[in-house]
Design a protein around this ligand. Structure first.
Ligand code: MTE
Ligand code: MO
Length: 386
C-alpha cells in the first residue's frame, strides 16, 4: 500500500479548463447565496442598527427563493469541481523548499477551510430546506451565518491566489492541453465539453427541482419543493396546531388578545372585539426561510390600530407572543416600521374564510417583506414598551 499520487489519476477530464469553468458558476452561486443570506440574517435580527425595510412586500420572497435555488444548484457544481481537482490533494509538499513550502501549505490549508465550510453550508442548508434538523448541539442560524463568512473569506482568498491560473484556463479552449499535467492525457469516452454540458444540465435540474417552491408555474416539475399551493387558502402549513401543542389554548372560547403597555395589560380583546375593529385585506406572501413561499389574501385588523386601541403611542417595537409554549419563534419582535405599516395585520381570515387552526387561529401576524418564521401564529399577546 502506498498513498496515491496525482499521476495515478489519468482522466483528462480533470483539467484546469474544466475546474475553472465549473468554478465560475459555483463562485457565482456562492456569491448570490452569501448576499441573499446576509439579507435573511438582517431580516431576522430583533433590533437591527439599520431597520429592515417593509418594501417591496415580495422582497424577502425573492431573496430567500434565490438563496435556496442557488444553494441547490451549487451542489452538483461543487461535486464536479471537487472531482476535477481531487488528485491535487495527494500532491507532496517538498518540506526542504522552506518559504515556498510554507506558502504551498498555507494555500492548501485555505482550500481545506473553503471545502469544509462549503460542504457544511450546503449540507446544513439542504437539511434545513428539507425541514430536517439532525443537529441539536448548535443553532442552525448561528452556525450557518458564521460559516458563511468563513466560506466567503476562503473563497475570495482562493480566487485571488488562483487568478493567473483561472484567467489562463478560461482564456484557452476547453480542449487546450497547455495547462494539463503531463500524465493526464488518456482520452476517455466522455469529452470535456460533454462533461460540462452534463454539469450544466445537473445544475439546471437542481434549479427546476426547487424553484417551484417560489415560482408557482414551476410547481409541477419541482419534485424537491414543498408543495406550495396545497393547504387551506392556497398556503401550505408549516407547523400544525397539534405539533405546536396549542390545540386546547387556540380553541379555548375564553381566548382574548392581551395588549400590554409598559408591563401592564392595557386591553383584552376577544375575537368579537377584533372583528368589530376596522377590517382590512392585503395580498401578502408567507416566505419561509426554507425556500418555499406562497401568496395569500389575508383579512383582519391593523396591528397599529390594535396598539392604538390599547392607548399606546405609535413608533415603538411590538413584542408578539404566541400561545405556543416552547420553540424559538414563540416570542418575536415586530420592529416599529412594520407596526406602522398599514399592511401589517393580525389576520383573522385567509382567502375569505376564518383562519384555519393550523394557519394560526384565532389570529396570526402577517407583515410585508418579512421572513416566514416571524409571521407568528396563534398570537396570545402584544407588548409595547413606550
Ligand atoms: N407560533 C408559531 N408561529 C409560527 C411558526 C411556529 O412554528 N410557531 N412557524 C413559522 C414559520 S417557520 C413559517 S414559514 C410560517 C408558516 O405559516 P403557515 O404554516 O401558515 O404557512 O409560520 C411561522 N409562524
Ligand atoms: Mo418557515
Amino acid at each position: 500500500m502506498r498513498a496515491p499520487h496525482p499521476d495515478d489519476f489519468t482522466s483528462r477530464l480533470r483539467s484546469p479548463a474544466v475546474a475553472a469553468r465549473v468554478g465560475v458558476w459555483l463562485g457565482a452561486c456562492f456569491l448570490i447565496c452569501f448576499a441573499t443570506g446576509l439579507v435573511s440574517h438582517w431580516a431576522q435580527l430583533p433590533a437591527p442598527a439599520i431597520p429592515f425595510p417593509t418594501r417591496p412586500a415580495w422582497g424577502y420572497r425573492v431573496t430567500q427563493g434565490l438563496h435556496v435555488v442557488t444553494g441547490c444548484a451549487a451542489v452538483p457544481l461543487m461535486l464536479v469541481k471537487l472531482w476535477a481537482v481531487y488528485p491535487r490533494l495527494f500532491e507532496r509538499v517538498d518540506l526542504r523548499a522552506g518559504r515556498q513550502a510554507l506558502l504551498v501549505g498555507l494555500e492548501r490549508a485555505s482550500i481545506g477551510v473553503l471545502v469544509a465550510a462549503a460542504i457544511f453550508q450546503l449540507a446544513t442548508g439542504l437539511a434545513n430546506a428539507a425541514q430536517w434538523y439532525p443537529w441539536s448541539s448548535f443553532s442552525f442560524r448561528t452556525a450557518h451565518y458564521a460559516l458563511a463568512w468563513v466560506a466567503i473569506g476562503a473563497l475570495v482568498l482562493h480566487v485571488a491566489v488562483k487568478l493567473p491560473m483561472i484567467r489562463a484556463a478560461l482564456g484557452a479552449d476547453v480542449d487546450d492541453e497547455a495547462l494539463d499535467r503531463p500524465g493526464a492525457l488518456r482520452a476517455g469516452a466522455v469529452s470535456r465539453r460533454a462533461l460540462l454540458r452534463g454539469t450544466w444540465a445537473a445544475a439546471g435540474i437542481a434549479v427546476l427541482a426547487t424553484a417551484g417552491g417560489t415560482v408557482p408555474w414551476l410547481r409541477q416539475v419541482s419534485v424537491l419543493a414543498v408543495r406550495t399551493g396545497e393547504g387551506p387558502g392556497g398556503v401550505p402549513i408549516n407547523k400544525t396546531a397539534a405539533a405546536a401543542g396549542v390545540l386546547d389554548t387556540a380553541t379555548d372560547r375564553g381566548w382574548a388578545l392581551d395588549v400590554r403597555v409598559d408591563g401592564s395589560v392595557a386591553a383584552r380583546l376577544t375575537l368579537a372585539d377584533l372583528r368589530a375593529l376596522p377590517q382590512h385585506t392585503v395580498d401578502l406572501p408567507i416566505a419561509c426561510v426554507e425556500g418555499w413561499s406562497a401568496q395569500g389574501r389575508w383579512s383582519g385588523v391593523r396591528v397599529r390600530d390594535v396598539v392604538a386601541a390599547a392607548g399606546a403611542a405609535g413608533g415603538a417595537d411590538v413584542v408578539v407572543t404566541s400561545l405556543q409554549e416552547s420553540g424559538p419563534f414563540t416570542r418575536t419582535v415586530l420592529p416599529a416600521a412594520f407596526v406602522e405599516d398599514e399592511r401589517t395585520l393580525l389576520a383573522l381570515d385567509l382567502a375569505g374564510e376564518p383562519l384555519d387552526l393550523d394557519h394560526g387561529f384565532p389570529v396570526r401576524v402577517i407583515a410585508p417583506n418579512r421572513p416566514g418564521v416571524l409571521q407568528t401564529k396563534w398570537v396570545a399577546s402584544l407588548e409595547v414598551t413606550t
